[in-house]
Design a protein. Structure first.
Length: 266
């Protein structure tokens, strides 16, 4: 059986000597794995279309359950600038890691697909052609870009139904400033006594953070590229989201650990 769809390459995995298993986010079928015969041999007919983040039109043969074979793959947009920009690549990898871990059967595939494509398009658009460099000769990652990726993470959680609630107590609606990562909501002191686990440590949140978060969730991704939050808000929100996601997944995201070590300190 032949199927044609649009797909974004999320991951690739070497298989045997020259074969490849490609994980796609597709427009119609959500996340699927497909098998590519000998793409690592020179003069492969797939060219660079199986590189991570490539957006292609793909034709598959075989049933989804038994890993279909990629028959044809034509690049619609290569997104090579995102792949070659180390920081963009790590941030998008984090979104992909969350997406793969939290996508359940029946998830709104089309919405997810359009979301990721939108993130990649906007991210490329936000990259200046001549970025400023630090002393080590690396391109400086702008505050605008950091804000954009935090907003993207929030939008992704919203699509997947795991958007944290920061505005008001999740039980009674009272104004409050403590977020409980394992519950995904802020709670007032009174409700925290009955709702929260003993020894669960909440994260203190500020009015400014709540305000920025409301903009993130209320605005479109495109409109939110105009947001210029202070550095400390981005940092606090990043920590809060990481804690929340760690509880959702019951593990730490590899890309979060990597980002914390490599990028946050720059
Ligand atoms: Zn309450």
């Amino acid at each position: 059986m032949l199927t044609t769809t649009e797909g974004i390459v999320l991951r690739t995995q070497k298989y045997a000597e020259a074969d490849l298993i490609v994980t796609y986010l597709t427009l119609n079928k959500g996340i699927i794995k497909a098998f590519a015969k000998s793409p690592r041999k020179t003069k492969s007919r797939f060219g660079s279309s199986l590189e991570p983040l490539t957006y292609s039109k793909i034709t598959l043969m075989g049933k989804e359950q038994s890993m279909p074979k990629i028959i044809q793959s034509d690049i619609l947009k290569p997104f090579y600038r995102l792949r070659e920009n180390f920081q963009d690549y790590i941030h998008i990898s984090k979104l992909i890691e969350i997406l793969i871990a939290l996508t359940l059967e029946g998830t709104a595939y089309k919405k997810l697909f359009l979301f990721l494509l939108n993130v990649m398009n906007l991210s490329e658009m936000l990259n200046p052609p001549f970025p400023p460099f630090n002393k080590g000769g690396e391109a400086i990652f702008s505050e605008q870009k950091k804000a954009f990726y935090i907003t993207s993470q929030i939008h992704l959680l919203k699509i997947l139904g795991y958007e944290p609630r920061l505005k008001g107590c999740g039980k009674c609606g009272t104004k409050c400033f403590y977020f409980y990562p394992h519950l995904g909501t802020a709670l007032c002191r009174k409700c925290a006594v009955t709702q929260s686990k003993k020894n669960a440590s909440p994260i203190k949140i500020t009015s400014k953070l709540i305000k920025f978060y409301s903009h993130c969730t209320g605005w479109s991704l495109h409109a939110s590229t105009r947001l210029r939050p202070p550095r400390e808000i981005i940092s606090a929100l990043s920590t809060l989201l990481d804690e929340h996601i760690n509880h959702l997944l019951n593990k730490r995201l590899m890309s979060s650990e990597f980002l914390a070590k490599v990028i946050i300190n720059r």
